[in-house]
Design a protein around this ligand. Structure first.
Ligand code: GAL
Length: 843
């Protein structure tokens, strides 16, 4: 066959193929690929091969985390700081049939995250490895796919070498997986980049860059249409452009669209647009691709802090790890949404994805709920923090992982800065690799510098500084619209990262004592407290007197006998008055005060919003989850939650604590957080205990009262008029159970969740604040128990169970719809208590 005939034939096939899509309004790209996987815990020989018999393996749906299904054990190699749950090696396999519709298509598989060291095989062929457990990645299945026949995808996950993290990671394919069935001419992976170079209330310019991949067998001319839709789906504006794309290559099409009177994305009104991208070849639609975007402006100012849409906004943010308590690291959208709802309700306006790429669902939710996100790449570079961590892979993988994170995430309007590292050890003034040698720099930085260039680039800088500059420059190259920051714990200007002068914002973790020097030490640089506080609290537990301070773990040489005894008798409990924190941190009130009194501080990300698995500072095993959260692991707010709510929201807040069940005659410190009032008065069984007012810079009031059973009540007043009243009664013996679902109506998608709070009450309906009754659950219908918890950081009970002890009066059961319409009933029983039942509907 001569060349002309071949081209002709190809053309015939080409048009035949594309005409299949003629007339279609949309090209469906994505297929759910999460159901009917087979899983085996352990390393299995030949498990990647097609003929391997996996019939005895467990059948499950993804996402899945096998660690959370295990038992706590001090001997698990993750250690208490990794959550004391098992790791190991696991295999996943999925057999699937290709359909005739897939003929001529490009088939990809997209993983949002696999922890860790994944190897993906198709029909026995290794497609690739990925050490980073948080990064999203794609493989092209097309070359090894057998058409009209069964194919086997096998994934080996290796989380056996531990510790590899300072917190709980989970193990397995714990995020979403999708099959992408694409026409040969398609929008490439993460193939759009949308920026808004000009924004005003009357007009916004939107630049849309589309990367088009041509996997067809010849060069093509592609018609690229970008259509902006408002949130009601109405077409706002449109641009059409033709572009040549060479065979087996990509090309970038750049279009500018103009939006009149644009809706501006803000924290209160996070307005989202959708850009629909259509590709056409010879008039035939070959791809439809959607990108969500928002229009906003922002800046960080060295003197005045952060501005969103020209309005000053203090970043009242929290750091979050990725686990979802009893669900482990399984990235369930509703579970993430619930966390964000609880935090937003507190007045929180920002999330730091500490210290790794988050699940895409989190960013989607931050876009639609209005949160200021700091997206973070790494917890370490070359220098390790735990024996088997990412430092082992940094040299080979950091460029790829950094690029992939930025490319994946740069369209999210909620992201306002990129963090290139958390407390990386390269920053310390005394860190080695301080002197620059050509060989070393070239090895580390992979720049291919010559002597002369190196001398120029490296002027006054260390290798560590150059590495920082490399990462920062690369980040800005991929996204010039956002500043680059790092969470630093050496405040000195000699810090190698600061010395690189490549960070746009100075970010301190802790070191609040040094905030005041920032304007002097870093003139002209904006400042953000990237991590603050690390307060320690156990929900429901109060150690008095409340003005006694506990700085734990104990450090230094002159620790008093009393301090030692206090710590040793702590019994895995930290007091819920804001009177306990780590030596490197401070009190919540203190940090809040500094934020409010210093305009130059753009804000803070508090360590942490929710408790997380692992890092049970200040204790060791059996403690196995954190004490840092403003909200506990089960999602129950600790008292300080209401301090923030009283300061950060317009809601009327009056929160009184602790409970009112003590031994007769005991001296009790009663605290109240309140707002919108000028005074508060406390009553014990009707007798006034005095009127209190917060002074400037104070966030609570306190009374020292003698306990007597009955009722304690607080009234807040403004100009003499009652604003709010709160009463707490002495609870009697546990007598009944109350079930409070956060939602009684679910969608029947097999993923939706109802978080049911379980309370142990006395016969009159008062919460029994010390109850630890074991509650048994029975579920019938179209839901199953996805997890149980009670927020205790040291409970050894399993998260996957049908029972849980109450912890300070409460526990939690999470119900998950099983994919069917209809109802389910949850019954909760406990010996000696009246049981309770609720019904949940799914549609
Ligand atoms: C910080 C670190 C966090 C967490 C925290 C606990 O130094 O960045 O990941 O370990 O300390 O206080």
């Amino acid at each position: 066959m001569n060349r002309t005939t071949l081209v002709l034939l190809l053309n015939v096939f080409f048009f035949a193929f594309y005409s299949c899509d003629t007339g279609k309004k949309e090209v469906k790209r994505t297929t759910d690929f999460t159901t009917d996987w087979r899983f085996c815990l352990g390393d299995v020989k030949d498990a990647e091969t097609v003929d391997f018999d996996d019939s005895s393996w467990r059948v499950l749906n993804l996402p899945h985390d096998w660690s959370i299904e295990g038992d706590f054990d001090a001997a698990n190699p993750s250690g208490a700081s990794g959550g004391a749950l098992p790791g190991g090696i696991g295999w996943y396999r999925k057999s699937f049939l290709t359909t005739s519709e897939m003929k001529g298509k490009k088939i990809f598989i997209d993983f949002d995250g696999v922890y860790m060291n994944s190897e993906v095989y198709l029909n026995g062929v290794l497609l690739g490895k990925r050490p980073n457990g948080y990064i999203s990645f794609r493989y092209d299945l097309t070359p090894y796919l057998k058409l009209d026949s069964t194919n086997v995808l096998a994934v080996k996950v290796d989380n056996s070498k531990q510790p590899n993290s300072r917190w709980y990671t989970g193990s397995g394919i714990y995020r979403d997986v999708r099959l992408q069935v694409l026409n040969p001419v398609h929008v490439d992976l993460w193939g759009t980049y949308i920026t808004t170079p000009e924004v005003s209330t009357s007009r916004a310019l939107m630049d849309v860059q589309t990367t088009i991949k041509n996997d067809w067998e010849k060069d093509v001319e592609v018609e690229v249409t970008s259509i902006v839709h408002d949130r009601d789906g109405k077409e706002i504006c449109k641009e059409v452009e033709n572009i040549q794309v060479q065979l087996s290559d990509t090309a970038i099409c750049t279009q500018r669209l103009t939006l009149d009177s644009p809706h501006i994305w803000s924290l209160d009104r996070p307005y989202l647009y959708q850009v629909k991208t259509e590709l056409r070849v010879n008039g035939n639609l070959t791809d439809t691709y959607y990108t969500t975007t928002g229009i906003r402006t922002f800046r960080f100012d060295a003197h005045k802090g952060f501005f969103l849409n020209d309005q000053p906004v203090k970043i009242n943010g929290v750091c979050m790890h990725h686990d979802l308590g009893c669900l482990g690291s399984v990235a369930n959208k509703r579970a993430i949404e619930r966390q964000l709802e609880i935090l937003k309700e507190m007045g929180c306006n920002g999330i730091r994805c500490s210290h790794n790429p988050p699940a895409p669902e989190l960013l989607d939710l931050c876009d639609s709920m209005g949160l200021i996100v700091m997206d973070e790449t790494f917890d370490m570079w070359y220098k390790s923090k735990t024996k088997y961590d990412y430092s082992l892979y940094f040299n080979e993988w950091h460029e790829r992982d950094l690029d992939d994170l930025i490319l994946r995430d740069r369209n999210h309007p909620s992201i306002f800065m990129w963090s290139i590292g958390n407390e990386v050890l390269e920053q310390w003034t005394h860190a080695d690799r301080d002197t620059l040698s050509v060989e070393e720099a070239n090895f580390i930085l992979n720049f291919g510098f010559g002597e002369e260039q190196l001398a120029k680039e490296g002027e006054g800088m260390s290798v560590n500084s150059l590495l920082c500059k490399k990462l920062a420059d690369r980040t800005r190259l991929l996204d010039p619209t956002r500043p680059v920051i790092a969470g630093c714990h050496e405040p000195s200007p000699n810090n190698h990262l600061f010395r690189s002068n490549s960070l746009d914002i100075i970010g301190y973790n802790y070191h609040h004592q040094n905030y005041a020097d920032v304007p002097k030490n870093f003139p002209g640089k904006p400042f953000l407290a990237t991590e603050t506080i690390s307060g320690l609290m156990t929900r429901g537990y109060y150690r008095m007197p409340s003005d006694q301070k506990f700085i734990w773990p104990l450090r230094g040489s002159n620790i008093s006998e009393k301090e030692r005894e206090d710590y040793e008798t702590a019994n895995y409990l930290c007091s819920s008055y804001d009177n306990c924190h780590v030596p490197w941190g401070t009190y919540h009130e203190n940090s809040l005060r500094m934020m409010q009194m210093n305009d130059f501080i753009s804000g803070q990300y508090i360590w942490t919003g929710f408790d997380y698995l692992g890092e049970p500072t200040p204790f060791g095993f059996p403690a196995r989850s954190s004490y840092f959260g403003i909200v506990d692991l089960a999602g129950f707010p600790k008292d300080v939650y209401y301090m923030y709510q009283s300061e950060w929201t317009d809601k009327t807040v009056l929160h009184l604590f602790p409970h009112w069940n003590w031994t007769e005659g005991k001296e009790i410190d009663m605290w109240a957080y309140y707002n919108q009032a000028d005074e508060v008065e406390l009553f014990v069984n009707g007798k006034s205990q005095g009127v209190k007012r917060k002074a400037d810079g104070e966030y609570h009031v306190a009374w020292h009262v003698k306990y007597e059973p009955g009722e304690v009540k607080v009234i807040s007043r403004k100009e003499g008029k009652t604003v709010a009243v709160k009463e707490i009664r002495t609870a009697g013996e546990p007598a009944q159970i109350r079930l409070i679902p956060d939602r009684a109506q679910l969608s029947a998608d097999g993923k939706d969740l109802s978080f049911v709070t379980v309370e142990v009450l006395d016969k009159d309906g008062n919460l029994c604040p010390n109850a630890d009754n074991l509650v048994q659950f029975d579920v019938k219908g179209n839901c199953f128990i996805a997890g149980v918890d009670n927020g205790s950081p040291f409970s050894m009970e399993r998260f996957k169970d049908n029972k849980r002890k109450a912890f300070y009066g409460k526990c939690l059961v999470v119900l998950q719809n099983n994919g069917n319409d209809g109802t389910c009933t949850l019954k909760a029983m406990s010996s000696g208590l009246e049981s309770a039942a609720i019904t949940i509907n799914s549609k």
